[in-house]
Design a binder for this molecule. Structure first.
Ligand SMILES: CC(C)(COP(=O)(O)OP(=O)(O)OC[C@H]1O[C@@H](n2cnc3c(N)ncnc32)[C@H](O)[C@@H]1OP(=O)(O)O)[C@@H](O)C(=O)NCCC(=O)NCCS
Length: 404
């Protein structure tokens, strides 16, 4: 009856631990697990065994996360978490989270983060809502730009190899300006972003790769698919935007201009957009974006000093925080933050918070003012809240452009 959680040691074991496929309606074939293992290494997949059966699995990508200030730090991207429906609510997830976070800490990963299927699951493990994610569903006839004049940029469609040669460098330049993006290696690009596997296509057609040039130099890109539709001879086709990046606003606008003006489309749909997306200001009729907000990534710190050293700070002022983190007690206590360094202290706390609230503030998604107002953190004084907000200040909303 005893439950044992251990990392997988082969692709076969990884396949068995992909219990989540039960909920995705997948076949869970070995060839799919082989494909997945290119980015999700078997030793980063924890399997829960009971009575000779795998009853749960929890995966982790060892990926950098980009932080405010333009630097990235080693992180744990939690993924494919699932427990068999016959074994739910018996503590299997809790045992896997324990093993996974201890393993990640031992590997020196400073932050753990994830997309949650349900917002109620991960708060108990110290994860706080760290970013919001917007989706749009825009009728093409309402997609006019306020200022429709084209810039000097030119667009061209490229093949897989050309995309792989240019897009990663452009992405890294964008990521340095947006906290919350995944640091991608070549395998990630091939398997997760540029792949045209049927699983990635869903109900749409092949992947189109658009490169934006200025003076012959690549400055942006768009990845998109078309979902064909026709009714009574009238198009119902949809542009399904996968991702748009530009190294500056004009480059990003040129890519969006291409997508908004594609002929014979009825709608433009995109998700995983930042809440401060410039489309709200570019469009003549932003109301028709039909922008909807949902929770984006959830985040917790594993190593406060390492995460603080990697983050850019809005001021050099000192702040004493009192942190509670029962699931990872090494983080608990009073810490003095100053100039990117963190030391244990006995000084009185300016702010008290649980780990999930610190996670909500880390990428700049929520100010301390909002967290205190919502009762998620407690401040010794108004001045302390202002000081904390100057310290944690960021210019842009955090943005994770992909669900992992
Ligand atoms: C979500 C899931 C992984 C939970 O696994 P589990 O083994 O049942 O979780 P545990 O038994 O360890 O539960 C730990 C605690 O979380 C709570 N909990 C678990 N799942 C929850 C949910 N979906 N909503 C609210 N609370 C939940 C439990 O009630 C328990 O609370 P308690 O400690 O106060 O008793 C499992 O139900 C599952 O596989 N669901 C479908 C796939 C899925 O959604 N995966 C998550 C992908 S991000």
């Amino acid at each position: 009856m005893s439950l044992v959680v251990r990392p997988c040691s082969s692709v076969e074991e990884l396949r068995d631990a992909l219990v989540i496929s039960h909920y995705f309606g997948g076949d869970n074939r070995l060839e799919d697990a082989q494909w997945v293992s290119t980015v999700l290494r078997p030793e980063r997949m924890h399997a829960a065994h009971q009575d000779g059966q795998v009853v749960g699995g929890a995966g982790a990508y060892g990926v950098p996360i980009w932080l405010p200030g333009g630097r990235a730090v080693a992180s744990t991207g939690v993924t494919v978490v699932g427990v068999l429906p016959t074994h739910r609510r018996q503590g299997v997830l809790t045992a896997m989270m324990r093993a996974q976070l201890d393993d990640a800490r031992a590997r020196g990963e400073a932050i753990a983060w994830l997309w949650a299927s349900e917002a109620t699951i991960y708060g108990r493990f110290g994860y706080g809502l760290a970013s919001l994610s917007a989706e749009i569903d825009l009728p093409s006839e309402r997609a006019a730009l306020r200022d429709p004049a084209p810039g000097p940029e030119r667009c061209r469609l490229v093949d897989h190899e050309q995309a792989l040669a240019t897009m990663p460098g452009l992405y890294d330049r964008v990521a340095a300006r947006h906290a919350g993006m995944v640091g991608r290696d070549r395998a990630w690009w091939e398997i997760r972003r540029l792949s045209d596997h049927p699983f990635r296509r869903g109900d749409a057609g092949p992947l189109h790769r658009l490169l934006v040039h200025r003076d012959g130099v690549p400055v942006g890109f768009a990845l998109y698919r078309v979902r064909r539709g026709l009714q009574h001879g009238i198009t119902q086709s949809v542009v399904k935007v996968v991702e748009v990046m530009g190294v500056d606003p004009a480059a990003e606008r040129a890519a969006w201009r291409h997508l908004l003006q594609l002929d014979w489309m009825a709608r433009i749909q995109a998700d995983c957009l930042p809440v401060d997306h410039p489309l709200l200001l570019w469009l003549a009729e932003p109301r028709y974006l039909g922008m909807r907000l949902a929770d984006g990534v959830w985040l917790r710190l594993l190593d406060l000093p390492a995460a603080a050293a990697a983050r850019g700070w809005g001021s050099d002022e000192a702040l004493v925080i009192e942190l509670s983190d029962p699931f990872c007690p090494w983080n608990q206590g009073r810490w003095r933050l100053e100039g990117g360094t963190v030391h244990g202290t006995d000084a009185a706390a300016d702010l008290r918070m649980p780990m999930d609230a610190l996670g909500s503030a880390w990428l700049g998604g929520f100010s301390w003012r909002r967290l205190v107002q919502a009762g998620r953190a407690h401040a010794a004084s108004e001045e302390a809240v202002d000081r904390a907000d100057r310290l944690f200040r960021t210019d842009r909303a955090p943005w994770c452009p992909e669900v992992f």
